[in-house]
Design a protein. Structure first.
Length: 274
């Protein structure tokens, strides 16, 4: 039996923090600074468990910056600073006592461009498990992750081949399998289809619809049709006069795309944004 990563690690709730059972993540008065530049300001939103949230908006509005806050990837950026809170199951992810390594085990990341390691297919999926000292059956864990990412049937006979030999779409699904291997609860996807052809894009979208039964997914996308196809809720960000990104509105995706509350949102999704 595969040991759950979540069984071996704990993120302790912070006293005084509460969160609705239906929400897995929440941003509270969140601002992100790069030196003296504020990239994102005063974001407040909730992310429902086992749902897909799409982050949309023009380039430079802070979508990727916001996304990376959810697993503390901005910690790796020189001179970055986060103000406010990200609450994960009642725990403040930016509290001094919170281990960023544990955060990234719970909240996985898939990047814009497929980035397999120059290793075999098997070792790519096993990498995070080995780093985290996984004690279960490695073969079973790798197979499970490849099945979840809809890649097993395509690679099961060449697990010892280089991951770099896979097509772009296969490489991206491999990266998803690598993220799934450590059994996160949340998966962050930063424009995961932007480097893929239409066939590979549809494969990733189908995969997202399957994965949401077990995982919560937050996806950044510039593709309005993609946001409409795969997400349950959509958050629209804009750039303020101070060049900081801010949240215009967040609602059910159907409402955002058919009856948004703000004129700015309607202008953007209908292509009249300038």
């Amino acid at each position: 039996m595969v040991q759950s990563q979540q069984e071996s690690e704990t993120l302790e709730p912070v006293a005084g923090q509460s969160q609705s059972d239906e929400n897995v993540l929440a941003a509270r008065n969140l601002s992100v600074w790069y030196g003296n530049f504020r990239a994102v300001r005063d974001i407040n939103l909730d992310v429902k468990r086992n749902s897909v949230l799409a982050l949309i908006g023009p380039s430079g509005c802070g979508k990727s910056t916001l996304l990376r806050c959810f697993n503390r990837m901005n910690d790796l950026v020189l001179n970055s600073r986060v103000e406010g809170q990200i609450i994960y199951n009642g725990t403040d992810l930016y509290a001094p006592s919170t281990d960023s390594t544990e955060v990234r085990a719970r909240v996985g990341m898939v990047f814009q461009k497929p980035n397999p390691f120059p290793k075999t297919i098997f070792e790519n999926v096993a990498f995070g498990l080995r780093v985290n000292g996984f004690k279960g059956n490695l073969q079973e864990a790798v197979e499970r992750s490849l099945r979840q990412s809809a890649l097993w049937e395509e690679v099961k006979d060449r697990l010892n081949s280089s991951a770099l030999e896979l097509s772009g779409g296969q490489q991206q699904r491999l990266c998803i399998a690598r993220a799934l291997a450590v059994e996160p609860e949340v998966i962050l996807m930063d424009e995961p289809c932007s480097a893929l052809d239409p066939v590979a894009t549809l494969a990733i979208e189908d995969l997202i619809r399957q994965l949401v039964a077990k995982y919560t997914i937050i996806i950044v996308t510039h593709n309005m049709q993609q946001a409409a196809r795969v997400s349950h809720e959509t958050a629209f960000l804009m750039v303020g006069e101070d060049r900081a990104g801010y949240l215009v509105e967040m609602d059910a995706t159907d409402k955002i795309f058919t009856n948004p509350s703000h004129e700015q949102t309607e202008a953007y999704i209908t292509g009249r944004f300038s």
